[in-house]
Design a binder for this molecule. Structure first.
Ligand code: BTN
Length: 442
């Protein structure tokens, strides 16, 4: 990951050879796999080829909005690599007949930096904004689907929307359909709902752009009668809560903050297994969605190579959990480069983006996690030993000499097992100790 600030950029995609819509979809997927975050896509437009003197098939054109942690020149080079990968051969300079048909053509149209300031460049390799943008309806029309109206008028001229419509009519640009195979990277009830009816998780959804803490929203919803299995998800939290009175950082666009309302009627000693079951679910979802291997640190941290990927916070809402409810809160760092973490946690935190080198589609990860939670909460109902066995298999605590801080006491010893309630069993110099809570510090 680079330390460069994020840029918002707009890329024009075109294809007039072969399965044109498949090339547009492949370009967006390939850019995503290369670390470019595709944040919005335009509709697809069909366009007569411009500036050619021999007949050619019509183009499909679209524009994608992306976020990129680097310089515009590096983004352009990446786009040209993707173009080359899918077969586009650039014509020799000065070709008399104009460009040949092409499977994929990518242009960098516009780049905005901090505070929407337009990034300007003038040079042989890259001129920004693209020098012919105001005259090309096939780029301008889809661009205006994804550029917010205020900056668009400021960057391209107050007349830009009217100009796009007028040019589109003259240049034969017409709507073709939605961008193929693309799912917005946003949490919505539709993007999170399970394909088959859930047993325990995903009975109702609240998806928020930003909130103080999803655990607080879930608590209030539980008090107001939320059904068991109700889920609150937020794009960002302003007062995310961690364990032991700490905060939890959830900036927009990069993480998953999820809280689940449960009303379990479990026998005594079972509820304390819930954080362990949740850790197993997160670890398995990370493995499936991003091929990242996680380890579980007792009682409920999800680590990758010693850094924290996710945290779990269980809050019991009253003496009878079946009636008052329990809130299971999970925070997972998804598409956060390390420089987006606050300095005090940067050395200890990680994200799926950092570990796998590629952004994950956040709703797809959330669906994977909800489905794993459904499996492991069902296991808590019916075969809690399976949860313990799965946790032991992923544990990075068992078998190690550790120090556990519990209140004012620090206990040292070898972590040998967890018991049926999830308590940690330590072999210490003065005999076996059973710890129901605490923080493993070494
Ligand atoms: C920890 O300290 O390890 C636990 C962190 C838990 C964070 C999650 S994010 C979703 C939910 N809302 C919160 O305010 N906290 C939890």
């Amino acid at each position: 990951m680079t330390g460069s600030p994020s840029l918002r950029a707009y890329l024009g995609l075109g294809s007039n050879l072969g399965r044109r819509e498949a090339y547009l979809a492949a370009a967006a997927a390939r850019l995503t796999a290369c670390g470019v975050r595709v944040t919005a896509v335009s509709r697809v437009y069909e366009t007569r080829p411009q500036d050619v003197d021999a007949p050619q098939p019509d183009f499909l054109n679209a524009v994608v909005e992306v976020e990129w942690d680097g310089e515009p020149e590096a983004l352009l080079r990446l786009a040209l690599d993707v173009e080359a990968l899918y077969g586009r051969v650039r014509p020799a300079q000065g070709s008399a007949r104009g460009p040949a048909p092409r499977t994929l053509d990518i242009d960098l149209l516009l780049v905005a930096g901090a505070g929407d300031a337009l990034v300007l460049r003038a040079g042989p390799e890259l001129t920004l904004p693209h020098p012919r943008l105001r005259d090309r309806a096939f780029a301008l029309r889809p661009l205006l689907d994804v550029v917010p109206p205020e900056p668009a008028a400021g960057w391209l001229g107050a007349d830009i929307a009217r100009r796009a419509e007028e040019l589109a009519a003259v240049q034969g640009v017409r709507e073709w359909g939605p961008f193929p195979d693309w799912e917005p990277d946003a949490y919505t009830p539709g993007s999170l709902a399970p394909a088959t009816p859930p047993r325990h998780v995903g009975t109702a959804f609240r998806c928020l752009a930003a909130t103080g803490s999803t655990n607080d929203v879930a608590r209030e919803w539980a008090a107001a009668g939320a059904p068991a299995g109700a889920v609150v998800v937020a794009d960002a939290q302003t007062r995310g809560r961690g364990r032991r009175g700490r905060g939890w950082h959830t900036p927009p666009g990069g993480a998953l903050a999820l809280s689940l309302v449960l009303r379990p009627a479990w026998p005594a000693g079972r509820l304390t297994l819930l954080p362990l079951a949740a850790g197993v679910a997160v670890a398995r979802a990370a493995g499936r969605a991003a091929a990242v291997r996680c380890g579980l640190k007792w009682p409920n941290d999800v680590l990758v190579r010693g850094r924290k990927l996710a945290g779990i916070l269980v809050e019991v809402l009253g003496p009878d959990p079946a009636a008052a409810g329990v809130v299971l809160g999970i925070g997972v760092n998804l598409n956060l480069p390390l420089h987006r973490f606050p300095p005090d946690v940067r050395e200890r935190a990680t994200s799926l983006l950092h570990e796998s080198g590629a952004p994950v589609r956040r709703p797809a990860f959330a669906r994977e996690l909800l489905s794993e939670l459904d499996v492991w909460i069902d296991a808590l109902d019916r075969e809690p030993d399976a949860v313990l066995a799965a946790w032991r298999g992923l544990s990075v605590t068992l078998g190690r000499e550790v120090e556990v801080v519990h209140g004012a006491e620090t206990v040292r010893g070898k972590a040998v097992d967890v018991d049926a309630t999830g308590a940690l069993i330590l072999e210490t110099a003065s005999g076996e100790r059973r710890l129901v809570a605490g923080e493993v510090t070494a």
